[in-house]
Design a protein around this ligand. Structure first.
Ligand SMILES: [Zn+2]
Length: 451
């Protein structure tokens, strides 16, 4: 039996693993590479296999870096089932067509001969392959393969995959959430694995604690809106992060720690994802129940969900007092770029980063202190105040990753550290060896190992 690391090896995007049992081949995740010039090339060359020969796909969650190449897989002839939790299926229903739309737009922008990676129609077609699987239910996509999904506590519907292949149990952590994170539940503990793949996005550091993070967030909001009379721009993934930010703003308002403000959620996807989140109260943890109350104005401020382009453009005219939440989370596409364009050069404004910024993205350049940045071909000075608040991450930090690993009762026979930039992955590997005495390895991109 062989396992190939086709993506998210030494990096955080392009999550995709090929399992070849000798009898059948299947994929775990089928994610898009994102960020950097190389991403487009890597996406086009992502499948070193015949898509028609893949029997099925097991999907950890809806984020595009885990699911975004499913339409391409189907377009290339894949005809099997894609197993995912019901909430993931709901989210993909809006996310994949949106991704197809972005691909079409990028191709248009690139010129006459450019072909989109896939189209909206191809994305729609891929949705017909989805098979929803509840947490804890066993599915048998093949006579000798079974899979159980457990709550990974990362975003709505996110799953840890426990896959049985004959006598071997392979566990894929997917993206693990941070215990105590709002809305989603804490990651489920897993007790045993023969082969373990664990993510390492934050393998080399711990998040600031939540209380301190909320203090900083409250300061960023009040300092900008009340004292300096500017706008706050928050780049946020539409799915997960946007709902978290809304939750925290409402919490700060309820506790009277920030003044009433106008919050604009400017992303059709974020609006849809918020609706889907509210439609799955069974997945919310206790402290987040009643979330719809604060969304309906319990925050004491106004939350505006903009859907069409005209609404979005009206926000450009607002000079002060607005909190603008928009996607993409790493500023490499989407409406956020317009909001940065209108606010980044203004001293009285602030940009608040609450999520991971991958190498090669505009978000990363701003976080790293660039004096000037290019947005849609024009250069802008970075005069707005830049805040990076680390404690809101939807990813487990180093201690939480080690804590989750510590719940295994026995040492996995093999352990690979995936889904992390090289330093983070190496750091987690070292920590796993030092703390638990397991032998772990960081796979190279496209490496194939014998199980
Ligand atoms: Zn994710």
């Amino acid at each position: 039996m062989r396992l190939s690391f086709l993506g998210a090896a030494g990096e955080v995007t392009g999550s995709c693993y090929l399992v070849d049992t000798g009898e059948i081949r299947f994929l775990i995740d089928c994610g898009m590479f994102q960020g950097g010039r190389d991403a487009a090339r890597k996406n086009r060359a992502a499948f070193p296999f015949d898509a028609r020969g893949i029997a099925f796909v097991l999907l950890s969650h809806a984020h595009i870096d885990h699911s975004g190449l499913l339409p391409l897989l189907v377009a290339r002839g894949f005809s099997g089932a894609i197993y995912a939790t019901p909430a993931t299926c709901d989210l993909l229903g809006v996310m994949l067509p949106d991704s197809g739309h972005l691909q079409e737009r990028e191709a248009e922008y690139a010129g006459r001969d450019a072909k989109p990676l896939y189209t909206v129609a191809e994305a729609q077609a891929s949705l017909r392959h989805l098979v929803p699987v509840e947490y804890g239910a066993e599915v048998n996509p093949h006579a000798r393969v079974s899979c159980v999904m457990r709550d990974a506590g990362h975003i709505l519907g996110s799953a840890i995959l426990e896959v049985r292949l004959g006598g071997t149990k392979l566990v894929f952590s997917g993206d693990l959430g941070q215990p105590g994170h709002p809305i989603v539940r804490d990651p489920a503990a897993v007790a045993e694995a023969d082969v373990l793949l664990v993510e390492s996005t934050y393998g080399d550091r711990n998040h600031k604690n939540l209380a301190q993070t909320l203090d900083e967030f409250a300061y960023a909001l009040d300092d900008t809106l009340a004292a300096r009379k500017g706008n706050v721009v928050i780049p946020a993934f539409a799915v997960g992060r946007t709902q978290d930010i809304l939750y925290f703003i409402a919490k700060l308002r309820r506790e009277n720690r920030v003044r009433p403000c106008d919050v604009y959620v400017d992303s059709p996807m974020a609006v849809a994802a918020t609706r889907i989140t509210l439609a799955h109260p069974e997945l919310q943890d206790r402290e987040s129940l009643g979330m719809d109350e604060w969304l309906k104005g319990g925050a004491g401020g106004r939350i505006h969900f903009t859907e069409d382009v005209a609404d979005s453009m009206r926000i450009n005219a607002i000079r002060s007092g607005a909190v603008i939440i928009s996607a993409s989370g790493m500023c490499d596409g989407g409406r956020i770029k317009h909001h940065l364009k209108y606010n980044i050069a203004r001293r009285e404004c602030a940009i608040v980063f609450a999520g991971f910024q991958a190498q090669g993205t505009l978000g990363r350049r701003i976080v790293d202190g660039a004096r000037r940045v290019n947005i849609y071909g024009e250069s802008y000075p970075v005069r707005a105040k830049v805040f990076t608040i680390g404690g809101l991450s939807a990813h487990a930090d180093r201690d939480a990753l080690l804590g989750w690993l510590g719940k295994f009762r026995a040492l996995p026979r093999r352990c690979w550290v995936v889904h992390g930039e090289p330093l983070a992955a190496q750091a987690l590997r070292d920590a796993i060896e030092a703390r638990y005495g397991w032998r772990a390895a960081v796979p190279a991109p496209r490496q194939t190992v014998e199980l």
